[in-house]
Structures are given as C-alpha cells and as structure tokens.
Design a protein around this ligand. Structure first.
Ligand code: NAP
Length: 285
C-alpha cells in the first residue's frame, strides 16, 4: 500500500554537500514504513556558507536532521546543546529538535561500536585522520582497545587528531601512510576511514596495507559504495574477518531514529534495512 502524508507528518532529513546520491532517505524511509511512522526524510544540499540559514529554517520545520560532510564540526556552534559524547568527539551527525531547541548527538561512533562490538583485540590501526577516523578512534577507545595507531597522508592532520585524542586520555600513536603496512601487520583491527576504494573516488584503490593482512584480523572499511571494496575483497581472500561500511551507515541511522523516536533498534531492523539497501543497489547499478 502506498504511504500517505498527513497534517501530522514529521519532517526529517540530511544536510551536507554533496548529498545527491545519499542512501539515507532510503534507510530512514524504510524504517518509517516498517514501524508505520508518519514521517518523511529528505536531503537538503547545504554548503558551509549556507549552513546558518539552513539551520535557522530547520529549527521551525524539522523534528530532527542528520549532518554529513562537510558540516559535522561546523554545525556545533549553531546548536543549543550537545550530548556528552558528541562534545568529546567534537562532531555532530544527528540533531534533535525539542520545541525549537536543537541538540547535537554523534551516532557515527555508536555505529562503529555496534559493527566492531564483539571483536576482541588490543591493537588497532586506523587509516585516515578526518571526522570518520575520529569517530573510529573514540569507538575503539570505548571498546577498550588499548593501542591505537593512526596513519594518514598528511601528518599535520594526524597530529591534530593525536592532540584531540590525548586531551581525552586516549594514548595514540601516529604514522605516515607509507609506514601503515608495518602497523597493519601487528594490528588486530584495521579500519579504513579514507575514501580510498569508494565509487566516487577510486574504486580500484585501497590503503597500502593489503600485503600485511592475515587471518585472525578484522578489517573494517567505512566506504560503503561499492559494498565490497578492493580492501575488503583482498582481506576476505587472506582469511581476515571483514566489516562493511554499510554496517556503520545503517546502525548510525538506526541510532538516530532511537534519538528521534525512542525506538530501540533491533538486529531484525538492521537486517531488514540492509536487505532493502542491497536490493536497491543491485538494481540501480
Ligand atoms: P574527511 O574528514 O574529509 O577525511 C578524509 C580522510 O581521508 C583524511 O584523513 C584524508 O587525508 C584521507 N584521504 C582522502 N583522500 C585520500 C587519498 N586519495 N589518499 C589517502 N588518504 C586520503 O572525511 P571523513 O568524514 O573522515 O570520511 C572518510 C570516509 O569515511 C569517506 O569515504 C566517508 O564516506 C566514509 N564514512 C563512512 C561512514 C559510514 O557510515 N559508513 C560514515 C562517515 C564517513 P588528508 O588528511 O591527508 O587529506
């Protein structure tokens, strides 16, 4: 039966740029249909220069929204308050509107924790030093991983991330991308938090760690298009356990719904939504 809108339809959505190919509307609307929630989820392409105006409009229109690249840090100054984890991470991907007051949350790290949750390991290598890497480091720290190395192309950005981490008491080493292979060999968990391998950047590329991957490791690629990146394909061949970026994408969305609607996400919800996304991707090319 087709969904219908009503005078009570709640508005949710995503701001960021670019957002034209985002999977978030599909993920969230699949969830609304599953639970019979009278809500819609749209995307609003928003560049940093237009952020203040957009947030002003959404304050009176939307019940909540997500923020993505390049707004996760910039949005903080426009909000009325931050949940503690979002404040520690210094990035917001989910905003709840409570009677015109906007509260910022971070569900990216919850997505990482959920996807890595049952994983045992002491040493992790995170490749990348942007916002996604920060969420990964925070999640690994919360999962009790005691040795974290961050390898990044630009050492300046890696140093900034290390400075942030030390401020939270996270003991973190940094490495150049050229040395990532050495760190990867000794890591229990390897996380790619760069766009390397993504459809939009370079699907035939991977972070320079493949030769070091072996069985007993977990390799998590935050890239979700394609679903199986070159890194994950090679990791699987080498006997490592793999975790896809789609896992994180769907869990961070389900945790945003928990904040907005109070619905505790279940593994059945996760499987249902993943199935819909995979169906969509397999027919959309
Ligand atoms: P970001 O803040 O722009 O950071 C990008 C990072 O990737 C930086 O460390 C950058 O290095 C590195 N990088 C970019 N291009 C590179 C290249 N050609 N070679 C080597 N390193 C490169 O982006 P982000 O928000 O952290 O996102 C990173 C990736 O994670 C994106 O692909 C994004 O789609 C994905 N992501 C996925 C999810 C999910 O739910 N699955 C959530 C968030 C992000 P420099 O510092 O040297 O520029």
């Amino acid at each position: 039966m087709p969904r219908r809108c009503s005078p009570g339809t709640r508005l949710y959505g995503l701001i960021g740029s670019p957002v034209k190919h985002s999977l978030s509307p599909l993920i969230h609307c699949t969830f609304y249909e599953r639970y019979g929630v009278d809500a819609v989820y749209l995307v609003w392409d928003t560049v940093p220069e237009a952020l203040a105006e957009r947030v002003h409009a959404l304050r009176s229109l939307a019940a909540g929204f997500n923020a993505t690249i390049p707004l996760k840090e910039k949005i903080i100054g426009l909000l009325d308050g931050l949940e503690e984890d979002a404040a520690e991470i210094g990035a917001v991907n989910t905003v709840k509107n409570g009677g015109g007051k906007l509260w910022g949350y971070n569900t990216d790290y919850l997505g990482v924790m959920k996807c890595l949750g049952r994983i045992q390991g002491e040493r992790a290598l995170v490749i990348g030093a942007g916002g996604a890497a920060r969420a990964a480091v925070y999640a690994l720290y919360r999962l009790g991983v005691s040795r974290i190395i961050v390898a990044n192309r630009s050492m300046d950005r890696a140093k900034k991330l290390a400075h942030w981490a030390r401020g939270l008491g996270i003991d973190l080493e940094i490495s150049s991308l050229d040395d990532a292979e050495n760190a990867a060999r000794r890591a229990d968990i390897i996380v790619n938090a760069t766009p390397l391998g993504s459809k939009s950047c370079c699907p035939d590329q991977a972070p320079p760690v493949i030769a070091a991957i072996h069985s007993g490791q977990v390799v998590f690629d935050m890239v979700y298009q394609p679903l199986e990146t070159l890194l994950l394909r090679e990791a699987r061949k080498r006997g490592a356990r793999t975790v896809t970026g789609l896992c994180m994408l769907v869990w961070q969305a389900l945790y945003a719904e928990k904040i907005w609607l109070g619905i505790e996400p279940s593994i059945d919800d996760y499987n249902y939504v993943v199935n819909e996304v995979v169906k969509y991707l397999s027919t959309s090319g």
